[in-house]
Design a protein around this ligand. Structure first.
Ligand code: 5CA
Ligand code: ZN
Length: 409
C-alpha cells in the first residue's frame, strides 16, 4: 500500500537528545539507545470509519518519537499496518450494504489525507493485512508445527502457555485478561480451547465471508495479532525499538503479538519498549467507532479548522493521559496558534537558543509536549512585550516548532 507524502523536517542547530520513554512492560522509563536507524512499529487503523481525535492523538505521540530521533540525526524506519480485513470492518460493510474492500479503501484514503493535513510523518512501509496474508500463512504453519498452536474445528489458535514470557507486557491478572479478551476481539467463552485466552491465528472460511488460500491451514483469513507480528518481523525484525499504539492495545493485542514473536523466533524481546498513548474521550466516554461518540479530523477540516490548531490541541495533552475532547480545548489551541504566528511574523525577537533546548528537553523526557508548548508560550509572550532584537530568532522558533512538534507556523 502507498502511504502519504512527507512534510519536510528542518534541521535544528545544536544536538538532539536521546529519548527517555515510559515502557508498559517494565512499568517505568527506559532510555532508548537505537542504532543509526531507529525502528518503530505503530499499529494502524481498522478502516471502517473516519479518523477521529483519539486516533490522531495516538499517531501524534508516535510522530513525536520519530521527530526526537530525527533530531539526533538518526534515520527512522517506521512501519504501520492497516487492518483491512477483520470482523468490525466486515460487520460495518454488511450493515451498510456496501462492499468491504471499497469501505476499507475509502476510509484508508481519508486517513492518508488526515495524516497529511496534520503533518504526521509517513511510514516507509504501510502494509495492509490482506497484502500480508502470504507472509502470515507460513508463520501460522510454523507455530502449529512447533506445537505452539492447535486446531479447533478448523480454526487455528495460539497457545499462550507456549511462551514463558506471556503476561510480561501488560502484567494483568487472569481475571482482568479474561475480561479484556472478551471485550477486545477474543473469545474466552469458546469451548474446547486449551486456555480461554488463546487467540485465533487463522480463522477457517465462514459462509459469505472473504477467504484466502491458507495452504495446509485450509481457506480462511488471519487473526488480528499475527497480522502485526508478520508485518513487523518482515520489515523490522526482532528487538525493534518501539511498539506503539493506544493503551487499549496493551492487552490483548501487544501481549499476544509479543508472545507470537517469541514462540516464532525463540528470541526475546520482541520490542525494546511498548509505548501506549492514553484514550481520548468525548462526553465522558472513550471515543470509539463502535460507540459512535466521535469527532472526526476530516469533519473539522471541512468546517475550516486549521489542521495546525488540531495538532496543537493534541500536543496540549500529555500523550499518556486520558483526556476529554471539548470545543474549549480546540478554541484554546486556535488562540495559541494565532499568538505563535504573530510572534514569529517579525524578523527579530528574543533569543531562541534556550527555547530550542527547552523543547528538546521536554520531548526527550517522555514526550512532554505540554511542557514544550509552555516554553514556546513564554517566548511568544516575551516577543509580544517587545523583549528582544535577535535577528532571525523567530525563524529558529518557527523551525523548532515545525521540526519537533510538527506544527507549521
Ligand atoms: N487496527 C488495529 C490495530 S492493529 C486498531 O486498533 N485499529 S483502530 O482503528 O481501532 O485504532 C487505531 C489506533 O488508534 C490504535 O492505536 C488505538 O489504540 C488508537 N485509538 C483508538 N481509539 C482511541 C481513543 N479514543 N483515544 C486514543 N487512541 C485511540
Ligand atoms: Zn496492531
Amino acid at each position: 500500500m502507498h502511504a502519504w507524502p512527507a512534510s519536510e523536517v528542518p534541521a535544528l542547530p545544536g544536538k538532539g537528545r536521546d529519548l527517555r520513554i515510559h515502557d508498559t512492560a517494565t512499568g517505568g522509563p527506559v532510555t532508548l539507545d537505537p542504532g543509526p536507524v531507529a525502528r518503530i512499529y505503530v499499529c494502524g487503523i481498522t478502516p471502517y470509519d473516519a479518523t477521529h481525535m483519539g486516533h490522531a492523538a495516538t499517531y501524534n505521540a508516535f510522530d513525536l518519537v520519530q521527530r526526537v530521533w530525527l533530531d539526533t540525526k538518526r534515520q527512522v524506519h517506521y512501519v504501520q499496518n492497516v487492518t483491512d480485513v477483520d470482523d468490525p470492518l466486515l460487520e460495518r460493510a454488511n450493515r451498510d450494504g456496501q462492499d468491504w474492500t471499497e469501505l476499507a479503501e475509502r476510509e484508508t484514503s481519508l486517513f492518508r489525507e488526515d495524516m497529511t493535513a496534520l503533518r504526521m510523518l509517513p511510514p516507509q512501509h504501510y502494509i495492509g493485512a490482506v497484502e500480508a496474508i502470504p507472509g502470515i500463512v507460513p508463520l501460522v504453519e510454523r507455530l502449529r508445527d512447533a506445537g505452539a498452536a492447535y486446531e479447533l474445528d478448523g480454526d487455528v489458535y495460539f497457545s499462550v502457555e507456549s511462551d514463558p514470557h506471556f503476561g510480561g507486557v501488560s502484567h494483568l491478572d487472569a481475571e482482568a485478561m479474561r475480561l479484556l479478551s472478551a471485550e477486545r476481539g477474543g473469545d474466552p467463552e469458546r469451548p474446547g480451547k486449551k486456555n480461554p485466552l488463546d487467540p485465533m491465528l487463522w480463522m477457517a472460511a465462514r459462509e459469505g465471508e472473504p477467504r484466502w488460500d491458507g495452504r495446509s491451514l485450509g481457506p480462511g483469513r488471519p487473526g488480528w495479532h499475527i497480522e502485526c507480528v508478520a508485518i513487523a518481523l518482515d520489515h523490522l525484525g526482532m528487538g525493534f525499538d518501539v511498539q506503539g499504539g493506544g493503551s487499549d492495545l496493551a492487552f490483548p493485542h501487544h501481549e499476544m503479538g509479543a508472545s507470537h514473536a517469541h514462540a516464532l523466533t525463540g528470541e526475546h524481546p520482541y520490542a525494546k519498549a511498548y509505548v501506549h498513548a492514553g484514550m481520548v474521550a468525548l462526553h465522558g466516554e472513550k471515543m470509539s467507532k463502535s460507540k459512535g461518540n466521535l469527532v472526526f479530523v476530516s469533519a473539522l477540516r471541512r468546517q475550516g479548522v486549521d489542521p495546525a490548531a488540531i495538532r496543537l490541541t493534541l500536543l496540549a495533552h500529555h500523550y499518556r493521559s486520558d483526556w476529554e475532547w471539548t470545543d474549549a480545548v480546540l478554541d484554546e489551541a486556535v488562540e495559541r496558534l494565532a499568538r505563535w504566528r504573530a510572534a514569529v511574523s517579525r524578523p527579530d525577537g528574543p533569543p531562541a537558543d534556550a527555547l530550542v533546548e527547552e523543547v528538546r528537553a521536554a520531548l526527550a523526557d517522555d514526550l512532554d509536549a505540554p511542557a514544550a508548548l509552555r516554553a514556546v508560550d513564554r517566548w511568544a509572550a516575551l516577543q509580544e512585550r517587545g523583549g528582544g532584537t535577535d535577528e532571525g530568532a523567530p525563524g529558529v522558533v518557527s523551525r523548532t516548532v515545525d521540526a519537533l512538534l510538527g506544527v507549521a507556523l
